[in-house]
Every structure is written in structure tokens, then in C-alpha cells.
Design a protein around this ligand. Structure first.
Ligand SMILES: [Zn+2]
Length: 310
């Protein structure tokens, strides 16, 4: 289940108490994190369509800033240079192709229904971190991965950025990856700048919790599962970067309200994997993806905001 904002505050306060005894850190914020909960109804071969009506309680605006057209930064954590499995250069290409096709797509146009938010973003750079914090990450270690990448000049310090920590499948996040959540986003301060960042774990660790199927439309079940979580965290960070803009009375952000639903019209690859959209690739082709629906400002979940397919 989604953790409420009140519980998150309590968790954050207890963490701050611990941090007072720990070494000084460059980044503030975690673990005031917003979870993308695990799949509550995994049934391989049967992705749920989801309701075609308004998702209640309605999402409302709470006055905080939004991100109009952010820059996404990718931190490939662990070892993404395996020759087989999910953690491969081909797996990385699924992610970068996905982000290329996502921006400005009929699916992501849903985001432009929030005042001031665009359907676009840029990809600002990428960096590989070779296990600098080990294989058992805490929320604090994820923060360190981001602040260290910025501090070392590997990625720019960008207050309009969203830094994604994408882990290889041998890496755990001990606050609840695969048991409570599949990813999360939050913010913190790095050298005086408000930095938004997100953890997205490798779904190959737990396909029944963090994917909708055991195969992927691009032949990589783990990464094909991750990209839906990346879309989720990107949508939420744009509309609620400081956790004080768009969320409902239960503390659910926009993507939470459509999580693990995929629309009325699914297709299958020759390999049997489901997908609900095809997106353009930089090479001029297309790729199929199974991506959760996205909530608009009127609390309706969409797969395609141009045809209004729910
Ligand atoms: Zn979420």
C-alpha cells in the first residue's frame, strides 16, 4: 500500500535523528520518499485494463512548484555490462530508446494537462557508478550516489534535473525494493541546489512484484518492467517535485492512481509479451512497451491523450 504523507513525515523525522550521529552528508531529504508500490495483482498473461472513469479521490493542487520541461539524468549503478541477462548494453538501450520515444508522445501528452507542465523533457547525460555504495543500498546511500556523481563533476548540478539511479539486478535497496515498492522519488539539497532524484530497481529481481509479465516486449523482462516505473517516477516528479504540488487526499500522486493498469487495448508480440504502445526510436524504427496509464489533471487515466484512449 501507499505510505501516507503523515507516515512519511514520521519516517523522515526518525531518519534525521539518526543522521545527526552519522557523518556529514552533502544531500538532505531522504527518506521522505514517495513509493511506487509493488504490483498488487500479478497474474502473468493478464495485465489489468483499469477503470475507464474518474479515479477518486480526485487529485488536487497544493500550491508547490512543478517542473515544466526537466532534464533527466541516468546513473547506471552496478554492472550494466553483462553479456546476458537483464543488465546489458542492450538493456540500457531499451531505456534510452524509451525516453527518446516518450517525450512528446501521445501518452506523455497527458502530463501537459497539469498547468505549466509540458509533455517534454530532455535527457541531460548519463554516468556509470561501479558499486561505489556496494550491493545493499539504503535510501541514504542512494542519495550519496547522486550527490557524489554531481560533486565529482560526472553530471551537472541541475535544479531542473531528475536524477535516476538505475540498478543492475544484483543490487538491492533495503528499505523495501521488491517488497514494498519498485521505485521512488524525492528531493534533497546538494551544495545549495534543490536536486530531484529517483531510485528505480531492476525488476529482474522480482518480476512478480515489479513487472506485469515474465517476458518483455523487447525481450528483456527486467528492463521492460523498469521502464514503466521510470515513466511513473518521471510523471510524479514533474507534477510533484517537492512533494507539495499535485497529490490526492490519501497522499497518492498522479501515477500512483493509475499504477498497474494498462488500458483497454493490448497487443502481444510473437513471443507472447503484452504491450500497449509503440514509440519511435532514434534509429527511425519503433519499439513496443507495456507502460502503466498516466493520470491527467481531471483524474482520468490515459494510454493515449490524443485519441483519449483510457
Ligand atoms: Zn508513485
Amino acid at each position: 500500500m501507499q505510505t501516507s504523507k503523515g507516515m512519511l513525515v514520521a519516517i523522515a523525522l526518525s531518519a534525521l535523528a539518526c543522521n545527526a550521529l552519522a557523518q556529514p552528508v552533502e544531500i538532505g531529504g531522504p527518506p521522505n520518499i514517495i513509493f511506487h508500490r509493488t504490483n498488487p495483482h500479478f497474474e502473468a498473461g493478464n495485465p489489468p485494463a483499469g477503470s475507464a472513469g474518474v479515479i477518486t479521490p480526485a487529485i488536487t493542487y497544493h500550491g508547490g512548484p512543478i517542473m515544466a520541461t526537466p532534464a533527466a539524468y541516468l546513473i547506471w549503478y552496478g554492472n550494466w555490462n553483462q553479456s546476458n541477462g537483464s543488465d546489458t548494453p542492450a538493456g540500457q538501450k531499451i531505456v534510452t530508446d524509451f525516453l527518446f520515444g516518450l517525450k512528446g508522445s501521445p501518452y506523455y501528452a497527458t502530463n501537459a494537462s497539469y498547468s505549466g507542465v509540458s509533455a517534454n523533457f530532455t535527457v541531460g547525460g548519463a554516468y556509470a557508478d561501479n558499486y561505489s555504495q556496494g550491493v545493499n543500498l539504503t535510501d541514504r546511500k542512494v542519495a550519496s550516489i547522486v550527490s557524489n556523481a554531481i560533486g565529482a563533476g560526472k553530471l551537472p548540478k541541475d535544479g531542473n534535473g531528475i536524477y535516476f539511479v538505475l540498478t543492475s539486478s544484483d543490487v538491492n535497496e533495503t528499505s523495501g525494493f521488491c517488497t514494498r515498492y519498485c521505485g521512488w522519488h524525492t528531493y534533497g539539497t546538494v551544495a545549495g541546489t534543490n536536486i530531484k532524484y529517483s531510485f528505480v530497481g531492476n525488476a529482474n529481481r522480482c518480476l512478480n512484484a515489479c513487472s506485469m509479465q515474465t517476458t518483455g516486449p523487447n525481450g528483456n523482462a527486467g528492463v521492460d518492467g523498469m521502464v514503466s516505473v521510470i515513466a511513473h517516477e518521471l510523471e510524479e516528479t514533474q507534477t510533484d517535485p517537492n512533494l507539495n504540488a499535485w497529490y490526492d487526499s490519501s497522499g497518492y500522486e498522479n501515477a500512483d492512481k493509475c499504477a498497474w493498469t494498462f488500458g483497454q487495448s493490448l497487443s502481444q508480440t510473437s513471443g507472447g509479451a503484452f504491450y500497449n504502445m509503440t514509440l519511435a526510436t532514434p534509429a527511425g524504427g519503433t519499439r513496443p512497451f507495456l507502460i502503466q496509464r498516466e493520470l491527467d489533471a481531471n483524474s482520468l487515466c490515459y494510454v493515449n491523450y490524443v485519441t483519449k484512449a483510457q
